[in-house]
Every structure is written in structure tokens, then in C-alpha cells.
Design a binder for this molecule. Structure first.
Ligand SMILES: NC(=O)c1ccc[n+]([C@@H]2O[C@H](COP(=O)([O-])OP(=O)(O)OC[C@H]3O[C@@H](n4cnc5c(N)ncnc54)[C@H](OP(=O)(O)O)[C@@H]3O)[C@@H](O)[C@H]2O)c1
Length: 247
């Protein structure tokens, strides 16, 4: 699938994995919309970095969980860059770490509705633009925790497992229309979201992977580019974790 000349929207691209994905897609020749929620300056910095390479980019504010804001964002991107052909659902929906027996229902509900709402609204707003282009590709950023649970992650695991199911369902429905839908499932990746994790725990995670290191945001970005380029791949979840799943 051609990335050059395509238009990509990456949600939650002001920092971390989303920022790396936005820069990688721009390096492949796509015009990129960098969605942010609270970090406007960081999003503008990503846009400047991309523009410095000669590629097109714009920053666009929206809460990925809010249908009206997501629709307005998709319309703004289309007006400035053209119809969107690539959507990366990356926005990080927060959640408290707590055991199941102490997990507040409201927080569980907010995580599930936030994660799945962001996926639903993003796809509903962008798929009509993909149909105008006669095709497109969606990548949902899941997590290894969808399949391999950890303490305190019951809401995150459930939300990401739901996201993967949603991606497979859309792959089935949208494939005949020329739209591929895949998920990428990072393991522990060094971003702001994991900065609080103790070094000894990061080392333990690295030691449990054949490649013996933690993931970097660019590792996930490379996988996203690879899966976008693979025109006959749809409905899969690609683990990006240095091979930890072999254990
Ligand atoms: N890091 C890991 O170890 C890891 C592992 C597996 C999966 N993941 C997944 O990878 C994705 C990115 O995580 P990350 O580690 O890169 O996170 P991060 O460094 O904390 O960055 C989070 C990004 O999400 C954006 N965001 C948060 N709430 C948003 C909302 N309501 N609407 C739009 N954007 C929103 C933030 O934007 P603002 O700053 O502008 O608010 C920021 O750009 C997430 O889906 C996460 O679950 C991460």
C-alpha cells in the first residue's frame, strides 16, 4: 500500500508511541495529522520536526473519546490535507492500577467506554473518507496485556482485548471495501506512560524477551509502517515485544 502521498491521522501523537508513528509515517511520505488532547506545545513540536524534513503535517486538538470532537477533527484534516487514508488509533486512555476487588466500577466503565469509544468514533469519522479514496488502512494500538494479564490491569486488559475484537470485526466488514484493519500489541515500551516503572522491573521485562531489551517508541512505529505496507494482511494482531510471547 502506498504511504507516499497518503494522508494519515494518528490519535494521541503529541508524545510517546503516537509521536514516533507520526514521524515514521511522514518519513515514508505521508502527510500527517498529529492529534493531541492536552499537550499542544508537544504536538506543535512534532509537527515542526516533520515539516523540517519537507513533509506535510498539522496539529489537531480533540478528545479521542468525544464523538463530536473526533468528527470535527476528521473534517478539519480532510479540509487541510485531503481525505484520510490511514488511521492509527493510539490515544492512551488512562486507568487506575488496582486489584479487581478494589477496582471502582466507574473507572472500569470509563476505561472501556474511553478505549472503545475512541476506536468507534475514530473509525466512524474516517472510514467514509477512506471510501472516497477507494481504500485505506487502520491500525489499532493494543497491548500485550490484552492476552497476558498483569496485576492491576483488569480494565486495561479488557479494553485492549475489546479493541482487538473490534479491529477483527471491522477487518471482516470493511475488507470488501478495500480497507484493512489490524492491531499492533506492544510490550513494555519506554514512554512517559512507563516512566514510573522501577528500573529493576524494566530489566526483568527485558530479561524475559529473547532480544533482551525494552521496547522503544520507534520499534512500535516500525511495526505500524510494516503492517501498513503489507497490502494482503488484515485482521491480525502483531506483537511488538522483542519476542516475549515465546515464553
Ligand atoms: N508504553 C507502553 O509500554 C505501552 C505498551 C502497550 C501499549 N501501549 C499503548 O500505546 C499507546 C500509546 O501509549 P504511550 O506509552 O505512547 O503513552 P504516552 O507516552 O503517555 O502518550 C499518551 C498520548 O495519548 C494522548 N491522549 C491521552 N488521552 C487522550 C485523549 N482523550 N484524546 C486524544 N489523545 C489522548 C496524549 O495526548 P496529550 O499529551 O496531548 O494529552 C499523548 O499524546 C496507548 O494506546 C497505550 O495503551 C503502550
Amino acid at each position: 500500500m502506498p504511504l507516499t502521498g497518503n494522508v494519515a491521522l494518528v490519535t494521541g501523537a503529541s508524545r510517546g508511541i503516537g509521536a514516533a508513528v507520526a514521524m515514521a509515517l511522514a518519513a515514508e511520505g505521508a502527510a500527517v495529522a498529529v492529534n493531541y488532547f492536552g499537550s499542544e506545545a508537544a504536538a506543535q513540536a512534532v509537527v515542526k520536526k516533520i515539516q523540517a524534513t519537507g513533509a506535510k503535517a498539522m496539529a489537531v486538538k480533540a478528545d479521542a473519546r468525544d464523538q463530536a470532537q473526533v468528527e470535527a477533527m476528521a473534517a478539519q484534516v480532510k479540509a487541510e490535507l485531503g481525505p484520510i487514508g490511514i488511521l492509527v488509533l493510539n490515544a492512551s486512555i488512562g486507568f487506575p492500577m488496582a486489584s479487581f476487588l478494589e477496582f471502582p466500577w466507574e473507572a472500569f466503565e470509563a476505561k472501556l467506554m474511553g478505549e472503545l469509544g475512541a476506536a468507534f468514533h475514530g473509525c466512524r469519522a474516517v472510514v467514509p473518507q477512506m471510501l472516497e479514496r477507494k481504500g485505506g488502512a487502520i491500525v489499532a494500538i493494543s497491548s500485550g496485556l490484552a492476552r497476558n494479564p498483569g496485576w492491576g490491569f483488569c480494565a486495561h486488559s479488557a479494553a485492549k482485548a475489546g479493541l482487538e475484537g473490534f479491529a477483527r470485526a471491522l477487518a471482516y466488514e470493511l475488507g470488501p471495501m478495500g480497507i484493512r484493519v489490524n492491531a499492533v500489541a506492544p510490550g513494555l515500551t519506554l514512554t512517559d506512560a512507563t516512566a514510573h516503572i522501577l528500573d529493576k522491573h524494566k530489566k526483568a521485562a527485558a530479561d524475559q524477551s529473547p532480544l533482551r531489551r525494552n521496547g522503544q517508541a520507534r520499534d512500535v512505529a516500525e511495526a505500524v509502517v510494516g503492517i501498513l505496507r503489507s497490502g494482503f494482511v488484515t485482521g491480525v494482531t502483531l506483537p511488538v515485544n522483542g519476542g516475549s510471547y515465546v515464553f
